[in-house]
Design a protein around this ligand. Structure first.
Ligand SMILES: [Zn+2]
Length: 473
């Protein structure tokens, strides 16, 4: 019986039974009822007649106090503790919630997955009572342990651990350099991959018709905080920048909420409903504000998102408000926005590549921004004003009219086709294996087509920029 390689600190407690009289079949979660470091927790278990196999500090560090081969004195149940690896988690908040830091929660999931792997536990089953193999202290004795917050997270912990055990959890994506003011990507439920990063509203992240499960994002020059709600589990903890991603693999999200720390910028974000259209643009961050606090609709899967920044109005009082609202102005702007987007493609074509790159490369270091940011931003604002269905139609037209050449070389388009065909195969009674093979074939074929087509397009400067970001995946 091995111990976890995630351990940062070891101080073995004398309070244990060695060896345990049963094999490891369960994991039991406790809270420390205090914000103890793993060192402090270890010293408590030296004196107090109690112990746990592991402890996790609010900083996410792991302490070991009883080796896994031995039984800890943790859960007021010898029977449970002989079968369980017990984990004490520090609280970064007090009674009554006994909150736990996101770092500690994340490490709890990783440690549980590690314990399951090494001990042949194929699945964590949280039943809410002691018949499951994810148990809690208050199943065995009247105690607040593990506290309301951590207890509410047990289904999420079990789901996340199972995703890792099933191999459904793709590796955490690697942080990318800024492609624009906001750079973001999503984990797609059908292709089971992190889709390419996109920047600002030059594109959207997601594939229409395929659920988004996770979001991974950062903003240049500041911090970004964001969270998602899964249809199954509701709101998950907020994450910061790319220290973590928001979401659970294979759990479609229905809402997301985000905020940034840039004082003079406003974060605009928007969700696209699967089988529907783009919802209105949101600028606030409050999960209790269904008007302007989050993007999405409870219970309706999101299949794409987009985010971009605008300058914060200088005046914050009433006079400023007329600006965002005027509806007559908006319809006019999109016209301007569409032209600059479509023109650069045909116009520079006859020209040599060199001169073209100058307009493409903006004063800033971001090559992704194809057009001045202002006209681009007016696009989505327009859609905010129009109805959802209208927006959808216009969106499609825009895509066809403007970007079809690019789309031919776009991995995203081929992924859409691949997932559609694979769904057809399944719909006509094909096996999952067949569908997967067909998908792979299409994607592989698309790579060749994309290569050949890519050679033919003279606007290679533009393509190479976006292709590179896609190939990074
Ligand atoms: Zn406890």
């Amino acid at each position: 019986m091995s111990n976890s390689s995630l351990v940062n600190y070891t101080l073995i407690s004398p309070h244990k039974n060695s060896p345990r009289n049963n094999s490891i079949k369960k994991i039991t979660i406790h809270h420390m009822a205090g914000n103890l470091s793993v060192e402090r927790c270890g010293s408590v278990f030296q004196s107090r007649e109690a112990s746990a196999n592991y402890g996790i500090g609010s900083d996410g560090r792991v302490g070991m106090y009883v080796e896994e081969k031995d039984r800890s004195w943790a859960s007021s149940s010898p029977s449970n503790d002989n079968q369980a690896v017990t984990i004490e988690v520090a609280n970064d908040g007090g009674a009554p919630d006994w909150h736990v830091s996101d770092a500690a929660l994340k490490k709890t999931i990783e440690l549980c997955a590690d314990i399951c792997r090494r001990n042949g536990i194929s699945r964590l089953n949280y039943t809410g009572d002691s018949s499951g193999n994810l148990t809690r202290h208050n199943m065995f004795v009247a105690t607040t342990c593990p506290g309301p917050y951590l207890q509410s997270k047990l289904p999420y912990i079990a789901d996340s651990v199972n995703a890792i055990l099933d191999g459904r959890a793709a590796p955490t994506p690697v942080p990318v350099t800024d492609l624009g003011e906001i750079t973001y990507q999503v984990w797609d439920d059908v292709t089971h991959t992190w889709l390419p990063n996109v920047a600002d509203n030059s594109d959207y992240a997601g594939i229409f018709g395929c659920d988004v499960d996770c979001i991974y994002a950062n903003v240049k020059g500041g911090d970004m905080f964001y969270r998602v709600s899964t249809i199954k589990n509701g709101w998950l903890p907020e994450v910061k920048n790319r220290t973590d991603y928001a979401g659970i693999y294979n759990e479609p999200i229905d809402r997301f909420s985000a905020r940034i720390t840039l004082a003079n910028k406003v974060l605009n974000y928007q969700a696209h409903i699967r089988g529907g259209g783009w919802l209105p643009v949101v600028t606030g961050c409050d999960i209790n504000d269904s008007n302007n606090g989050y993007a999405g609709v409870k219970g309706q899967p999101i299949d794409a998102i987009r985010m971009w920044l605008t300058d914060k109005p200088v005046v914050n009082t009433e006079p400023a408000k007329p600006e965002p609202t005027p509806e007559p102005e908006k319809p006019a702007e999109p016209e301007k926005a569409e032209e600059p987007i479509s023109e650069p493609t045909p116009e520079p074509t006859p020209a040599v590549e060199e001169p073209k790159q100058e307009p493409v490369t903006e004063p800033g270091p971001e090559p992704i921004q194809e057009t001045p940011s202002e006209p681009v931003q007016s696009g989505p604002e327009k859609e905010n004003v129009t109805t959802v269905t209208d927006t959808e139609t216009k969106e499609d037209t825009n895509v066809k009219k403007i970007n079809w050449k690019q789309k031919l070389t776009s991995r995203k388009m081929w992924l859409s086709i691949a997932s559609f065909v694979s769904m057809l195969v399944l719909a006509f009674g094909g096996k999952q294996e067949t569908a997967t093979q067909v998908t792979s074939l299409i994607v592989a074929g698309a790579s060749i087509i994309a290569y050949i087509a890519g050679e033919g397009f003279i606007d290679a400067a533009r393509n190479s920029t976006s292709e590179k970001s896609e190939e990074d995946k």
